[in-house]
Every structure is written in C-alpha cells, then in structure tokens.
Design a protein around this ligand. Structure first.
Ligand code: 13P
Length: 291
C-alpha cells in the first residue's frame, strides 16, 4: 500500500536534498508509464492531473485508477490536483480521494488568496490525510485553463510568503520565482534563485518546515535544476514535456507504421517514450533509489 500525500514525501526529500518529480498526465497510458518509471527507479512520485483532464476522465474514475496502481506499487505514489481555481472542485477531489490538492487563488488579492487557500486547507484536513498546495505570485505561461501573460507574471514577496504559509496552514508552498509553464522562449530563462533561497531560509528560521514547489519544469537547464534543489525545491512540476512526448511518440510511430492497425503496439511505444522521459527527470532530481 503506497498511497501517500505530497507533504510526507517532500519533507523527506527536502531533508535529504533531492526532489520528488510531479508529472501531469492526461490519460491512463501516461499514468501507468509514470508509476512504472517510479517503480523501476525506486523513486517516490507525484502524479498530477490538471482540472480539465480530471473532469474529462471523471474525478472518481481518476481516483480509482490511482488507487489501483498505487496500492500495488512498492513505492510511494501521490495523486495531486493541479492549479485548481474552483474551491468546490478542490473539495470534490478531496472527497473523491486525491491526496494532494492545489488551490490556485494566486490571481486574487493577497487577502483573498489567503481566504480561499485556508478554506481548502481546512476542508482537506477535515476529510483525511490530504495535503494542500498554495501559490503566491503568479507563474507565467499557459497551464490548463490558466493563462498568465509574461509581463503580468509576479514574483512572490519573501515576507508575504512567510505570512501566507503561516495564515493559510498550507502543507506545501509554490512561490513564483520566474519559472513559467510551457516552453521557455530563451535558453537561459530569468529565474530568481536568490528569492527561492531567501523564502526557504525565512520559512525555516520561523520554524516552518513547509516544503517548496517549483512550477514550470519543462525546459529548465540542468544547472538551474541543481540551483533550485540547493535553494529548497522539493517538488518539480513537469507537464509540457510529457505532452510533447506523448504526441511526438504517437506521430513518430504512426508515420513509420502507416499500414499497421494495432493500437497495442502504439501504446507500448508511447509508454516507453514517456517512461524514459520520466526516468530522466528522476535522475536529475536525485530521487532514484529514495523510495
Ligand atoms: P511545464 O508545463 O512548464 O512543465 O510546467 C508544469 C507545471 O508547473 C504544472 O503545474
């Protein structure tokens, strides 16, 4: 039985200076590939669904797939709802059996963000062993139904970050530090490593052990990943890369097997490509062998 919430595996990661990979999936094939990658590398893992795929597949069906895969996996697996702006859907997913919920109220004022985040924290904690992620500042780019223009993305203020975590009681915290959803437009995106490290230190010096999340994993250069791990990143979100892997692998297979009509073979090709991409991330994040 390896159903866990995100906080417990991230605290362990933060203590030992590695991070847990959090991979957005849109279908069962990707879900299975991510869990298989975790088993193969003995890594803890977070599988995430954005709101649209969760609703498309069906909340309870998603949870049932998760429970079935996680219960037989010999590694810890968390099911995370990503960037949900709707408090009622956060509650519905808590009831259904997601084990980490992200309420994204970051587009609201500081006070309203605190109010909405705390409402979800209180609810999820009353349901059971569920951790909650909150965000301060805004992450640029496109993720599911959330679109933030580059020039509108705002970084998290360190002092406010401490206040946000204290007042909401969030279990894991995503401060905006300049990373973005989607494909980075330059080879050297401007990331505020200092800000991340400062927030990490300020939380710790206030006795708060809330682990930090890095959004916008796709395309981050390797040396940036190392710096973000040093600065306290304990969960790295990867979505766009897996979407590209899925579609590119399907395209590659179909275009070179145009006369074949065997979906099983296509599935194996896509699963293997996805598993390879996820294992690459687990190696970079240092989670291999940690489960
Ligand atoms: P990417 O799509 O850039 O990998 O970001 C994923 C993410 O942060 C999901 O919350």
């Amino acid at each position: 039985m390896s159903i866990v919430n995100a906080k417990e595996i991230m605290i362990e990661a933060a203590k030992n200076k590695y991070a847990v990979g959090a991979f957005n999936v849109t279908d069962l094939l990707q879900f299975k590939a991510v869990v298989e990658a975790a088993i193969e590398t003995k890594s803890p893992v977070i599988v995430q669904t954005s709101v649209k795929p969760s609703q498309f597949i069906g909340t309870q069906l998603m949870v049932n797939i998760y429970r079935t895969l996680a219960e037989s996996a010999p590694v810890p697996v968390c099911l995370h709802l990503d960037h949900c702006t709707d408090i009622d859907y956060c509650k519905k997913c808590s009831d259904a059996g997601y084990t980490n919920i992200m309420i994204d109220a970051s587009k609201h004022s500081f006070e309203e963000n605190i109010r909405q985040t705390k409402e979800v924290v209180d609810y999820a904690h009353s349901v059971g062993n569920i951790s909650v992620e909150g965000e301060l500042g805004t992450v640029g780019g496109v993720e599911d139904q959330i679109v933030v223009a580059e020039d509108e993305a705002q970084l998290a203020n360190p002092q406010q970050s401490v206040e946000f975590v204290e007042r909401t009681g969030v279990d894991i915290f995503a401060p905006a530090i300049g990373t973005a959803h989607g494909v980075y437009k330059t080879k050297n995106p401007k990331i505020d490593f200092e800000r991340m490290a400062t927030i990490h230190k300020m939380l710790n010096s206030n006795g708060i052990k809330t682990p930090l999340v890095v959004h916008g994993g796709t395309g981050l250069p390797d040396d940036y990943i190392v710096k973000l791990l040093e600065a306290g990143g304990a969960k790295f979100n990867v979505s766009t890369e897996l979407k590209h892997t899925l579609i590119d692998a399907k395209w590659e297979y179909i275009s070179s097997h145009r006369d074949e009509y065997d979906p099983g073979k296509l599935d194996v090709f896509v699963r293997d490509a996805t598993r390879k991409a996820v294992i690459g991330w687990m190696q970079k994040l240092g989670s291999v062998g940690k489960a």
